[in-house]
Write a protein that binds this ligand. Structure first.
Ligand SMILES: Cc1ncc(COP(=O)(O)O)c(C=O)c1O
Length: 376
């Protein structure tokens, strides 16, 4: 099988899996227990917290473990509006993942004003976004890098134009481990990350909450995670996350170069062999992740079947977010950058990881060409 859907999830690294095993077998203690077995788990969790904090230049106390990107986004948006009463309204971008847009829409049903900032035809949030702020006490949630087209927002510039009375969150689930993230440089108040996009286990992620913010948990129960996320921590998942982050940080440069070469190669092959394809991922390296290439077709009636035919050829790709694949809904991200419903349905997202090869890219393009030729 050729797996080119690494933005949906990645294969767990062998040594990452191995590092988790002792924490599921002999070291099974509860990190909140006062005896040796519990203390051992506590030490492992705190070491992982330190390492993950340092990977984004944060302080360990600013890192709270969650079950992943979805929970981090939900916790931050809901807590900022409700439990912590930091904000009275929200401004999100038109291309947010549903893990941001859906909690934001839910908050709107509870009375919080919600405005959406459009994006331009490459996916950058429009320059006049400050005029769209619903109030001077808003939470702004603009994703760091988009999961369908790979566009990177200039979060530090966004932060610099924001009133001091507002808060800013960024969903960095796709960018973490692929491009450097420095909290001090980004200047955000909140940030979400997840392990399974970087060869770590599913079911673990973290939120960064800037020191000094009076953040109250939207989940009630035990006092774990400094009272900010109730529930027994999983040392195995946390250690897995730590090892995945360590490897991603160590290999970031070389992974980046490798994925960028695959992305560039695929772009030029598609241009040459499937000239009718519209390439929705911007070519400028500084503006796009190296891991995603999104293409669409205006003259294909039944866009969904492209994916099925690729699957039949044993090539795993998606048409955008894994959460909406198969839903027959046109991608809201592609619509936001100006594609018609038809084009937004006939889209393919290729997403790469360190393990993909040039040969896989060539096979995928050749298969896509035969599918498109047969459907045109
Ligand atoms: C941008 C973005 N945010 C959030 C999520 C959800 O993360 P998780 O799967 O860890 O809940 C994803 C997953 O695809 C994503 O791409």
């Amino acid at each position: 099988m050729i797996y080119l859907d690494n933005s949906a999830t990645t294969k767990i690294g062998e040594e990452i899996f191995e590092a988790m095993l002792p924490w599921m077998k002999e070291n099974f203690g509860n990190a909140s227990s006062p005896y040796g077995l519990g203390r051992q788990a506590r030490v492992a969790i705190e070491e992982a917290r330190e390492e993950i904090a340092s990977s984004i230049n944060a302080h360990p106390a600013e890192i709270i473990f969650t079950s992943g990107g979805t929970e981090s986004n939900n916790a931050i948006l809901k807590s900022a509006c409700i439990e912590s009463d930091l904000t009275d309204s929200l401004l999100i971008s038109a291309i947010e993942h549903h893990a941001v847009s859906h909690p934001a829409e839910w908050l709107a049903t509870k009375g919080f004003a919600l405005h959406t900032a459009p994006v331009d035809n490459i996916g950058k949030v429009v320059e006049h976004w400050p005029e769209l702020l619903p109030s001077q006490r808003s939470l702004i949630s603009f994703m760091h890098a988009n999961n369908e087209i790979g566009i990177i927002q200039d979060i530090s510039k966004i932060k610099a134009r924001m009133p001091d009375t507002c808060f800013v969150h960024t969903d960095a689930v796709q960018s973490y481990g692929k491009i450097p993230i420095d909290i001090a440089q980004l200047g955000v108040d909140f940030l979400s990350i997840s392990a399974h996009k970087i060869h770590g286990p599913k079911g673990i992620g973290a939120m960064f909450i800037r020191k000094g913010i009076d953040f109250k948990s939207h989940q009630h129960g035990g006092g774990q995670e400094r009272n900010r996320r109730a529930g027994t921590e999983s040392p195995a998942l946390i250690v897995g996350f730590q090892h995945a982050a360590r490897k991603a940080m160590k290999e970031m440069e070389q992974r980046h170069v490798h994925m960028r070469a695959l992305q560039d190669h695929m772009r030029s092959l598609i241009r040459e062999h499937i000239p009718q394809a519209r390439i929705n991922t911007k070519e400028s390296h500084a503006d796009c992740l190296p891991s995603i290439l999104n293409v669409s077709f205006s003259d294909i009636q039944d866009g969904e079947s492209i994916l099925q035919l690729m699957d039949m050829a044993n090539i795993a790709v998606s048409n955008g977010s894994a959460c909406v694949s198969g839903s027959q809904q046109p991608s809201h991200v592609l619509q936001a950058i100006g594609l018609s419903d038809k084009e937004a349905k006939a889209a393919v997202r290729f997403s790469f990881c360190k393990d993909n090869t040039k040969d896989e890219v060539e096979q995928a393009v050749s298969q896509l060409k035969s599918i498109i030729d047969s459907m045109s």
